[in-house]
Design a protein around this ligand. Structure first.
Ligand SMILES: CC(C)(COP(=O)(O)OP(=O)(O)OC[C@H]1O[C@@H](n2cnc3c(N)ncnc32)[C@H](O)[C@@H]1OP(=O)(O)O)[C@@H](O)C(=O)NCCC(=O)NCCS
Length: 346
């Protein structure tokens, strides 16, 4: 790669670069790893760096005759994988990382190759990757897999959903991704007969919940055609109390559908109204959608109350439109437009 014009060069790594590569890796990754995994496996991590420095795809970044960082790239005829990229703190924020990534994106474009990388979930460098056109395409427990795609941010949001979503907050609540820790409460309220009364599920088991969590981990909010469920957490209690769901219509991605559930002991305290109100703010404010729809069983009085408190208009009363738990039920359809939400700022 020719970076001389930008004031730095890359040279192939040699085995005697291990000491430099390891100390930089440890300096940058130890804290993040402990934060996320709760442990740091010194011999295992050393082995990773040892293998990398002896690999022909590894280069040392040299700036002003000093070793400034290192990277590991694996390239095949149809793919480029950025395995590692580390810059010493004193060389960060000087455009070096961006120049390296741009060189890789140019190379991927010229060769019609895919370009992917993995990043730890708590690593802020993900923001740089996102700025340069990388999108999350999958995840494991601790890492996100990102792929570069030459699309504008709004096109990417449209196609892949909001891959940068972490959480949104209201006065008393946080709406965030589900985690393993939420599953007992989730199963608890989903298997409660009065909560399930107007919902599609019946007996809900821990295995159902695990399958659900796996599905949620594979998607992002606002992926057209996919229901994304947000866990609703009571901020002060740090307690998971319910969920909100969002689906962008696959055939008409300017429109969205919502759903919501609150655990029995937290009902009638305004939590659904607050959570769904915040969700509408996200859908109209962040995602800039045109219209949000909710479909409810007409007998579900508290749910009807929630959408009416939020200013959603009843646009339809469908007669025996759904066969549900052994009976034909009537449904209301409520909706609100972005411009109405903007006027009311619910
Ligand atoms: C619907 C649901 C999410 C509401 O949650 P919540 O946190 O209790 O909602 P809120 O406290 O924000 O508002 C509930 C409103 O309904 C009212 N309400 C409660 N039970 C009622 C009833 N039987 N008849 C009429 N109104 C009722 C409450 O008084 C409150 O209105 P208010 O603020 O004017 O007093 C919750 O009952 C639930 O999880 N139900 C099971 C799942 C479900 O049916 N979800 C909706 C699918 S469309």
């Amino acid at each position: 790669m020719g970076f001389a014009s930008k004031g730095f060069q890359l040279r192939p790594a040699r085995s005697d670069d291990f000491r430099f590569a390891w100390s930089l890796y440890e300096e940058l990754m130890r804290q993040l790893t402990i934060e996320l995994l709760g442990r740091w496996n010194d011999p295992g991590q050393k082995q990773v760096v040892e293998l990398a420095v002896t690999h022909p795809g590894t280069s040392i970044v040299v700036k002003d005759e000093l070793d400034a960082g290192w990277l590991h790239v694996v390239e095949s005829p149809d793919a480029i994988y950025l395995g590692q990229l580390y810059l010493a703190p004193s060389f960060q924020n000087r455009g070096i990382g961006t120049a390296i990534l741009r060189e890789l994106t140019d190379r991927a474009r010229r060769g019609s190759k895919t370009l992917t990388l993995d990043v730890m979930k708590n690593n802020r460098s993900r923001m740089l990757y996102e700025r340069l056109g990388f999108h999350v395409i999958g995840q494991s427990e601790y890492k996100l897999k990102m792929q570069w795609q030459e699309t504008s941010p709004s096109e990417a949001m449209f196609e892949h959903g909001d891959s940068s979503f972490i959480s949104i907050q209201s006065q008393r609540l946080v709406l965030r991704r589900f985690t393993e820790r939420d599953l007992p409460t989730f199963v608890g309220y989903r298997s409660c007969p009065e909560v399930a009364l107007y919902q599609s599920w019946g007996n809900y088991t821990i295995n159902d919940a695990r399958t659900f969590l796996k599905e949620m981990n594979e998607i992002h909010p606002a992926m057209p055609g996919k229901w994304f469920q947000f866990a609703v957490e009571h901020k002060e209690k740090g307690q998971h109390i319910g969920d909100c769901a969002l689906m962008i219509e696959a055939g008409d991605p300017e429109q969205a559908r919502i759903g919501y559930t609150v655990a029995p002991q937290y009902q009638s305290q305004g939590f659904a109204t607050e959570a769904v109100g915040r969700l509408l703010g996200y859908v109209f404010g962040t995602l800039e959608k045109h219209r949000v729809i909710a479909t409810l069983d007409v007998l579900n009085r508290s749910s009807v109350r929630v959408v009416e408190k939020l200013g959603m208009r009843r646009e339809g009363h469908f007669i025996e439109s759904a066969f549900f738990k052994g009976r034909w039920c009537d449904e209301y359809m409520h909706a609100i437009l972005r411009r109405e939400w903007k006027m009311g700022r619910i």
